[in-house]
Design a protein around this ligand. Sequence first.
Ligand code: ARG
Length: 583
Amino acid sequence: MNLPFNVASHLDAALRASAALLGLTDRGFQPEVRVADPANGDFQANGALAFAKSEKQNPRALAQQIVDQLGQLDADFDINLAGPGFINFRLKPGALLGWLQAYDSEAHLQAGAASVRLGQTWLVDYSSPNTAKQMHVGHLRSAVIGEAICRLLAFSGARVIRDNHIGDWGTQFGKLIWAYKRHLDQAALASEPLEEFERLYKLGNSSAEADPAVLTEAQQELVKLQAGDAANLAIWHEINRASLAAFQEIYDQLGIRFDFTHGESFYNDKVERIYRELSEAGLARESEGALVVFHPEHPRFAKQPFLIRKKDGAANYASSDLATVLYRAEHFHADGIVVVTDYRQADHFEQLYLTARKWFAAKNHPLPELHHVTFGAVTGEDGKALKTRDGGTIRLKDLLHEAQERAFQLVSERSPDFPEAERREIAGVVGVASVQYADLSQNRSSDYVFAWDKMISLEGNTAAYLLYAVARIRSIFRKAGLDPAQPALAGATAPETAQEVALARKLVKFSDATLLATSTLRPHFLSLYLYELAGEFSAFYAADKVIVEDEVVRTRRLLLCHRTLVVLETGLHLLGLRTLERM
Ligand code: ARG
């Protein structure tokens, strides 16, 4: 029998069928299949234990009854009972071979994975910087984590919509336009637009502080913009256009392409409906001139209402985000919405989603799954916010540049004989990948400790280590005169030695790693898996010579090399990294 991409789900189905024959399903039996400690097997079903307890039965006897009904499963698995009633499953070598034969390319892995969210639409709102400002190191995480989440969701079969929810509307434009009209440096605008906008804003701000007349003028510029004045709108468009073009240079390096850039301004004409609907639903009410939503049942928000229209009648972040949820549900028919920002916005999104839940229920509109994916701060090794030597914020542009320079050192030490142009090209990939991977290899909820030496290194759980593993396998094929794109391994036999078997067993768990990373929206589960896989490959490669005379042994081992290559590359691409032929 052919095993599916995710072996655990296959076991889950078999255990459910077996439990149904015993009449346990109606009484709430759950198989609870998970990846096992390799010493015990490949997968473990824990469900008999909890169920037997609730039914006051002997768990081991119950587990045995379930196993007795499993029928054909022992063709592929060694099955045994352990402890008080765990069922352990160990894949037999023939079953391992079957799986490895089926999943021989990125495309086939993708096809295997794509059933989980097939037919669903997921919208991911990430990066989402404010315009007229540089992206700094703090903006890195949302972009990197968001892109990995997009790719994981697409891998599981969803149609993914990437939406850059830029902050392109706000009171800062008054001072900015005031300064733009009087002090714009055209040459600076052409070469470094974001620096120029920052300079202009600072100038507008200090002038307004020094002179009340300037403050009034700046406020009038804002009022004119909001009223649709043509000249001010044109400047505002120019600022946003130039900002996005500058952002795109960074997105290009990170491999990011947005489908939409519906910034805050896109929702300007959509907030009136929010005030009306929430008031009609009895959720919003006036309080001291403002419009607010109370959540009396909530321990914190009962006293801290969600302000959705300011006293002066202006919209705010909350009203615009409510309009955003509605638009994504109505226009894109999103089944799921993911917004990626740092943890400091946790309260905002909790109140937003709480409000949306009540509101959608009141109007009987299906509610998408709402996720706020948060992450911690970026700190230096001293635990403090990451700064330049003179205390300024680090620009993302400079950071990526430095990463590539440092990677160039590393590559030049390792492969001094490569032509310089190639070393530069490799360093371009390794530098950016190192920065991405350092972020994605840590649990996103933790602060991200930024340490160049750990990040750009061939040792440890780093991008360079994994990219090197990829390049090393490619070189095995080069030396054997084989093309990994058409490896001709049809006659390969099942794994035999301890290391061959261990590597094959690890390869089969790729699906569990991607599933876990996708269901929790935490890419580090995939990173950890790839790191462990590379380690398993090293152990195999050290123990078992691949290019040997014996054709049967050689083909069998080349199959393992090839599938390790395919899984490593697929996994790294899912994280948003580019991979290399050699390094
Ligand atoms: N522009 C915001 C910021 O820089 C992030 C926007 C996130 N998305 C959203 N729908 N609120 O903090």
